[in-house]
Design a protein around this ligand. Structure first.
Ligand SMILES: C[S@@+](CC[C@H](N)C(=O)[O-])C[C@H]1O[C@@H](n2cnc3c(N)ncnc32)[C@H](O)[C@@H]1O
Length: 233
């Protein structure tokens, strides 16, 4: 538990604390994030530190991107692992839901036990390549967040967007270049994946993440929700 006194809200239930004196805090490593977990019995709140070294979403926020999540959002999280990052999203969407999908039996056990203590995290044991297999479980969502180390990351994102993304919904995709090709130039890999996404989505932003070599965060949105799609890369 953290003392909330030093934290400032930076949007959608995300708090930030400067760990160094004012004016010297531009370095991401000196800035700490937290979300607030409310007790189920209504008694009190807990500030939970959110470590950017273990969460690409936290690293993205420290680069200045506050994710489009509200307390009512429905989120589909592909590649949840044991649910560490997903639990912070669960803190934010207090009146919404996070569907957390994972296909490794070993980490699934940990994910399920984390979901047991959170009413708004729904575990799904499935392969993200086959959205048709879990389509009966998942509503249309406001955000798809994907962090999956597979060769066909853009393809998986588009397949799930087709099934589950609302017309005005967002995709945040964490591309890991080395899972797509272990030798090719990372810029080329990113370019191809972004081009693949652009066939069906509008790319709003791409962000290199501090501390994550060979990763690129891509923020995209359904084409129909944008009057003048812009290419920002
Ligand atoms: C980098 S880890 C995710 C870490 C997590 N996002 C976090 O921040 O706490 C990637 C996860 O994706 C899962 N994964 C890989 N391919 C998958 C697939 N096709 N379907 C579902 N999960 C998959 C892996 O088992 C692994 O747990």
């Amino acid at each position: 538990m953290n003392d909330c006194a030093d934290y400032t809200e930076i949007g959608c239930g995300i708090y930030q604390r400067q760990a160094s004196p004012a004016g010297q805090a531009s370095n991401a490593s000196q800035t700490q994030l937290a979300t607030v977990s409310r007790q189920e019995d209504g008694g009190g709140q807990e500030f939970r530190a959110w470590d950017f070294r273990h969460s690409k979403l936290a690293a993205l926020i420290l680069k200045g991107f506050v994710p489009p999540i509200t307390e009512y959002s429905l989120v589909l999280y592909l590649g949840a692992a044991s649910g560490s990052t997903a639990s912070h999203i669960s803190d934010i969407v207090q009146n919404g839901l996070v569907y957390v999908l994972e296909f490794s039996p070993t980490v699934m056990k940990k994910l399920i036990s984390r979901c047991e203590s959170r009413q708004n995290m729904i575990p799904i044991f499935a392969d993200a390549n086959h959205p048709e297999r879990y389509s009966y479980l998942v509503d249309k969502v406001d955000l798809i967040y994907q962090d999956i180390a597979q060769r066909n990351q853009a393809e998986i994102a588009l397949a799930n967007a087709e099934y589950f993304l609302k017309d005005d919904g967002y995709l945040i995709l964490m591309i890991k270049a080395r899972s797509i090709d272990s030798t090719a130039d990372t810029k080329e890999i990113f370019k191809k994946e972004v081009e693949e996404l652009q066939k069906r989505l509008s790319i709003l932003k791409t962000v290199k993440l501090p501390g994550y070599r060979d990763h690129l965060a891509v923020i995209a949105r359904g084409r129909s929700s944008i009057r003048n799609p812009q290419k920002l890369i």
